[in-house]
Write a protein that binds this ligand. Structure first.
Ligand code: F1P
Length: 368
């Protein structure tokens, strides 16, 4: 029995004695980092608008590694939708090793690098190679100042309150997502991110309201495999939720595009399966059909969505009721999914502060 039984979130610092206290504290405190992200974008709005308006970019390439590659997968469609330019996400290693497969001759891309540390070798080398080959601008989003990556960048948005002691990314990830969402809102026809100002308070409320559900599901002995499904803007977030589950709890888990799950992977669904659906507003009816089908196969479903989902599709659900559109409320999916992975680790008698085989930054000395 975990020592967390029956307790609500301890955001005021009473959790030091708990297993994985560092990681849990960073998960619970992340809304403050979201506010910092909004403030940083606001403070850099002139520089961001100058960078965007002074260049007729042909496309946007978004890159990172691991968690920040998954963040890139969430940011690229967001930028394409809001800024009306082709945008794609690639792992930094692919951009470094196969630039000819990613950058077309004669194109004029903006490179957006995303890196919590600013010290990941692949991302630094990819940015350096991009600058030397294309001399195109590099916009960087991170959590630490004066880094090698910042030195390669034309403009850096540094969310210092996203800094973490933990190896696994939680509040850093969500803070960098908020910075990207606010940047997209600022540079789009909307011209500002004012409508996002309520996000931190909504995040606090969701964490307090859903902490016990995340603990109950995470520590349940009834699940042995987890599938995270997301479409469009939510697919990258599903990939990140999957990585949290793997990194912290060493569980069997995978992420898929919602409609792809039927095309083979659903063969894995059994009575010990939790299918987590990150619903979009635009195609929720199709997504709910997938969830109904997985329940019929014996799986249980956890649905995360802006509005309430029908009971026949959702064994469990988290509703945001934020009033924000899909391109702005994406960060609200994250706290519950991070807590799910955290509590699964606790249930597996693992310490999320010391994830198996992992380090906070991957530095390759001479390996590339
Ligand atoms: C990226 C990274 C990921 C890993 C984990 C820790 O570092 O090392 O590779 O999945 O999330 O972060 P960064 O470039 O974002 O600092």
């Amino acid at each position: 029995m975990s020592n967390l039984e029956g307790q609500g979130p301890k955001i005021d610092g009473q959790i030091e004695q708990l297993t994985g206290a560092q990681t849990l504290n960073e998960i619970l405190s992340q809304p403050a980092a979201w506010q910092d992200a909004l403030d940083v974008v606001q403070a850099n709005q002139a520089a961001l608008k100058e960078l965007w308006n002074n260049n007729d970019f042909s496309e946007i390439i978004v890159t990172g590694c691991g968690s920040t590659y998954y963040l890139s997968l969430a940011v690229a469609p967001l930028f394409q939708e809001r800024l009306k330019k082709p945008a794609r996400a690639v792992p930094a290693s692919e951009l470094l090793l196969f630039p000819e497969l990613i950058i077309s001759p004669g194109s004029k891309p903006l490179l957006l690098t995303i890196s919590r540390s600013g010290r990941t070798t692949e991302t630094i080398l990819a940015a350096r190679a991009f600058k030397s080959r294309h001399s195109g601008p590099v916009l960087n989003i991170g959590c630490y100042n004066n880094t090698e990556l910042a030195a390669e960048s034309d403009l850096s948005l540094i969310i210092s309150q996203g800094q973490e002691q933990s190896v696994v990314q939680t509040r850093s990830f969500s803070a960098m997502l908020v910075a990207a969402q606010a940047t997209a809102a600022l540079l789009s026809e909307e011209g500002q991110a004012a409508s996002m100002q309520g996000l931190p308070a909504t995040g606090e409320e969701i964490i307090a309201r859903q902490y016990d559900l995340a603990r109950q599901l995470g520590q349940s002995g009834g699940f042995e495999r987890f599938y995270f499904l997301g479409s469009g803007l939510q697919y990258g977030l599903a990939c990140e939720a999957n990585l949290k589950m793997k990194e912290m709890s060493l569980s069997i888990s995978e992420a898929f595009h919602f409609m792809e799950f039927r095309h083979g992977p659903m063969s894995m669904v059994n009575r010990q399966t939790l299918v987590v659906g990150l619903l979009s507003e635009k195609v929720r009816s199709y997504e709910l059909d997938v969830l109904r089908q997985m329940r019929a196969l014996g799986g249980k479903t956890l649905v995360l969505s802006e509005q309430e989902a029908p009971a026949e599709a959702a064994d469990y659900q988290v509703n945001f009721n934020s009033g924000l559109t899909g391109s702005k409320h994406g960060v609200l999916y994250l706290p519950v999914l991070q807590m799910l992975g955290y509590f699964r680790a606790i249930g597996n008698n693992l310490n999320p502060d010391q994830p198996h085989n992992l380090t906070a930054v991957v530095v390759l000395n001479g390996a590339v």
